[in-house]
Each structure stands twice: as C-alpha cells, then as structure tokens.
Design a protein around this ligand. Structure first.
Ligand code: HEM
Length: 482
C-alpha cells in the first residue's frame, strides 16, 4: 500500500517536472523566465510583492516577458501605448474565465449567465448623465450629514483618530447610503456592516491567491456569512431611493432567476467593487496633503477662491485635480488579466512583434507603466502635487517617453473593458470630501513630523493600495466667525 502511494507520488512529480522542463521559448515569443522551483515558478515572489517582482523582471527582460506562476504561464505586457489595441481583441483574449474564477474564490459566487460584456453595458448606463449628477448630489448630502455627526458632543474640541479609519468609514458610509439607497437606519447594524466589511477586505487578496492561513480563512468566512445576513435584499427593494444602484442590480439578478442566497453573495461583490477603493483613495489624498504643506497651501488657496460653493463639474480646480491624479498615479495598482484563447501577435511601440501562446494568460499592470515609469515621470516614487499641471496652471495631459507621445500619463481606472465605470463619481466624491474637510474642519497630524506609512505590498493587483500603518490625526469643527 505504502509502496503504491510512493510510486503514485513519484509518477505525479515526474509528470510535473516533465511538463515544466518541456516548455521552451519559441521563435517570436517573449523572453521566458520559469523561475527555479518546478511548477511553482515565481508564484511566491509574485504574490508577496507584485510591483517589486515585476520591476525586476522588466529590468531583466524589457516590456514583455513570460513567467511561470503556479503552473500557469503568464505573459506580462508593460508597454502602455499598446494596451488599448491588445485588449480590443476580445476574440483572442477572454475576460470571462478569470473573472468567474475570482468571483468563486473570493465571494463563493457562481453566476451561471454571467456575461461581462452585457454586464458592462448595463453598469455604464447607470453612472452617466443625470444619474451621475443625482449620485454626486446624494453623496454630498450623505457626507454632510455624516460629518455633522462625527463629533456632536463637543464639536469645537480636538478629537483624535487614525486617518485611514476616519476616511474609510466616512466614505464607506456615505457611499453605502448613496448607492444602496437603503431605508434601514439602524446605526448599530450599519457599523457592523462596515466592521465586517473591513475584516473581509483585509483578507481578500489572500483569498484570491489562495494563500490565507486557517485563522484568516475562519475570519473571512465568518465576516462573509454575517455580511450575507446583513445584506438583506428586501431592505434594498423597498428603499425610498427608487432607482438606487443596488435596486437596479437586484432587479437584474431577479430577472435572471437567481435565488436569494446567490443574490446576497452578488451584493457583497458589488459592495466591495463600489466601496473598496474610494476610502483608501481618500486616505492617501488627505495623507499626501497633510505631509506636504506646499500642496495643502496650494489646494486651500484654490478652494478659498470658490467662496465655499459646493464643487460641481463646472468648477475649475486644476490644482486639486492634479493632486487627485498624482495620488491615484502613486497608489492605484489594479492588474488586468486575460486568458489567451488562440495564438495572438502583439506589436509593441518599437514595432517589434511577439506571439502570445494559446492557453497562457496575459497580464497588464498600468501601475508599473505608465504610472511608475521613470522615463515618463521624473522621480516617479515622489509625490509632486503639480505633476499634472502645465507651467501656465492649466491641466497637463500630454506625457512623452523618449520623444514618443504617450496615450496616457496615468491609468488608475484600468483599461479596455476593465475601465472603472464609477470613475467620474469617484472623483466627484473625493473632491467633495476634501473640500468639506478643508473648509469645515481644522485637521492636522498629531506629530507634525510624521511620514506617510509604506504601502502593504500584499495588495498590488487589487485596485487602490492600502497602507501598512496609519497616520494619527486630530480634528475639530472650525469656529464660525460671527
Ligand atoms: C479611487 C477610486 C476607484 C478606483 C481607483 C477604481 C478602479 C477600478 C478598476 C481598476 C476597475 C477594474 C477592475 C477589474 O475589472 O479588474 C474598477 C471596476 C469597477 N468599479 Fe471602480 N474604482 C474606484 C471607485 C469606484 C466607485 C466609487 C465605484 C462606484 C460608484 C466604482 C464602480 C466600479 C464597478 C461597478 C466596477 C466593475 C465593472 C465591471 O464589472 O466591469 N469604482 N474600478
């Protein structure tokens, strides 16, 4: 019996080694880097700190290369001028399979009729035109309401907090009210949704990579189960907000004949997609302002000239826009993944052509290029509040690399069919949040020499990065001058 087991194991191992060593680089294929460990390849380095690993690979191989990651061959493309053309070929590059895999791994969700393209058209309609204006006003109203209640006992006394939690909880709560349009005003339940969501969100990258340990799996599973209970479809279907984002989504799920349990799981996915990025973005935005006094001064001067009118789309705020763009350039780091369905030729900006092999995966990482590319951005790791401003103070959108005009200087919202449909709403919410904080509150660092915490390297690939650490702040309502 024992010998049979040993023989079976040896057989499996030899098959893995055979398959691993068999792969060689073919003519016109990108440089191949299998790593030292058979089958596993570069999985550990990739999962631990994708930005560091891919930078090393870029330095070694250039803008395109293929790496082995846990039995898969992944071609990484880092020439941002050809992203759009490559992603447009949806016949050769499929989005569905990998999206389904992540939905299942993270949210235990299987949507039998899931079609990312029609799903996308539906979502795009919601965040445009009149709906967008309505959402922005509703967000402003919710932020105002929540900020008025942050420190009701002694509003003009200093109150201490941690910046990440301060920003995440405010943006999450305001976004929840706006997009979910729930009538449930139970504040304890609302707080529990936020706390459980944070527990789940902390472990999410590990769930996606299947690297969570037993304790983490337990926490994630219990948070997920409680959130499924708390996200009750009936509340959202009877809310006063007749066309809330969640109502529209739930009706769509009902039309597809999905049961209540699947609807709840899908709601958690939507909650994460719509609420998981704005809070962390607000943290980095305020954090960079508080640790860069020259930037804070420039933004305050610009906002002052608006005479405390609410920010809307017509307001001209090039300095604040530049700060938002610079923050997102430094801290938005989504990975775009596709399955290669048939051999496909990719043409780089240099004119050189490479073949992507059928059965491999393609990964695009805008964080490394264009966002952190030193040939596009001087000292890319530094926060420069005026990086997106021309010398005459207008907004800068033209960026070059070795004399070649770049299609994009930054791509925080993804690309192709992965472009974030909520981007205009997110910018509007971030700007209004900063405007309200700076005009209605005195907000400062407890330690005026404090530095920005480093990023948590575990989160590369999952939208906005999160900090490994925090900033202690104190705030109070501004005293009104009679
Ligand atoms: C700074 C904040 C944000 C950033 C950096 C961001 C970025 C992104 C990115 C990169 C994606 C593509 C992810 C992928 O397909 O792999 C995405 C998807 C999405 N985002 Fe955002 N997002 C932000 C805020 C928001 C907000 C506030 C909303 C909601 C109002 C939103 C709604 C969505 C939706 C619904 C999708 C999924 C689209 C689909 O299924 O195709 N995002 N976002």
């Amino acid at each position: 019996m024992t010998w049979t087991l040993v023989l079976v194991l040896l057989g499996v191992l030899s098959a893995v080694l055979f398959l691993y060593t068999r792969r060689t680089r073919q003519r016109n294929e990108p440089p191949l880097d299998k790593g030292r460990v058979p089958w596993l390849g570069h999985a550990l380095e990739f999962g631990k700190d994708a930005a560091k690993f891919l930078t090393q690979m870029k330095d070694k191989h250039g803008d395109i290369f293929t790496v082995c990651v846990a039995g898969h061959y992944v071609t990484v493309l880092l020439d941002s001028n050809c992203y759009d053309a490559v992603l447009a070929d949806t016949q050769s590059l499929d989005l569905t399979h990998y999206s389904r895999l992540l939905m299942d791994r993270i949210f235990n969700l299987q949507l039998p009729n899931y079609n990312p393209v029609s799903e996308r058209n539906r979502v795009d309609q919601y965040f445009k035109g009149c709906d967008l204006s309505r959402l922005c006003s509703s967000m402003q109203y919710s932020l105002k309401f929540l900020m008025a209640s942050v420190n009701t006992k002694n509003p003009t006394e200093w109150k201490k907090d941690r910046l990440f939690d301060f920003c995440y909880s405010l943006l999450f709560r305001a976004g929840y009210r706006t997009l979910l349009g729930t009538e449930n005003n139970n504040s304890a339940e609302f707080t529990e949704v936020y706390e459980r969501f944070r527990q789940f969100d902390k472990i999410l990258p590990k769930l996606a990579r299947r690297s969570a340990n037993r304790d983490e799996l337990k926490v994630a599973s219990s948070a997920q189960k409680r959130l499924w209970e708390l996200l009750c479809p009936n509340w959202f279907l009877t809310g006063t907000e007749t066309h809330s984002w969640m109502q529209t989504y739930l009706k769509h799920l009902e039309e597809q004949g999905l049961d209540t349990q699947t609807q709840r799981r899908a709601m958690l996915l939507q909650l994460w997609v719509t609420q998981g990025n704005a809070g962390p973005a607000a943290f980095w935005l305020l954090g960079f302002l508080l640790t860069h006094p020259e930037a804070l001064k420039a933004v305050k001067e610009e906002l002052c000239s608006l005479q405390h009118r609410p920010l809307d789309k017509t307001e001209n705020t090039p300095v604040l826009n530049s700060v938002v763009n610079e923050t997102l350039r430094l801290r938005a780091a989504a990975l775009i993944t596709r399955d290669v369905m048939q051999d496909k030729t990719v043409k780089l900006s240099s004119g050189q052509e490479y073949v992507l092999r059928h059965g491999d995966r393609l990964c695009i990482f805008p964080f490394l290029s264009p966002q952190m590319d030193p040939q596009i951005h001087h000292q890319p790791e530094k926060f420069k509040f005026d990086r997106f401003l021309n010398s005459d103070g207008t907004e800068k959108s033209k960026f070059c690399k070795e004399g070649l005009r770049m299609n994009y200087g930054t791509m925080p919202w993804g690309a192709g069919s992965n472009l974030c449909p909520g981007r205009d709403f997110a910018v509007c919410a971030l700007k209004r949040f900063v405007f309200m904080i700076l005009t209605q509150f005195d907000l400062e660092l407890c330690d005026c020499n404090a530095r920005m915490p480093p990023v948590d390297p575990n989160r590369y690939g999952f939208g906005m990065l999160q900090p490994d650490g925090d900033l202690e702040i104190r705030y109070r309502l501004k005293k009104r001058i009679a």
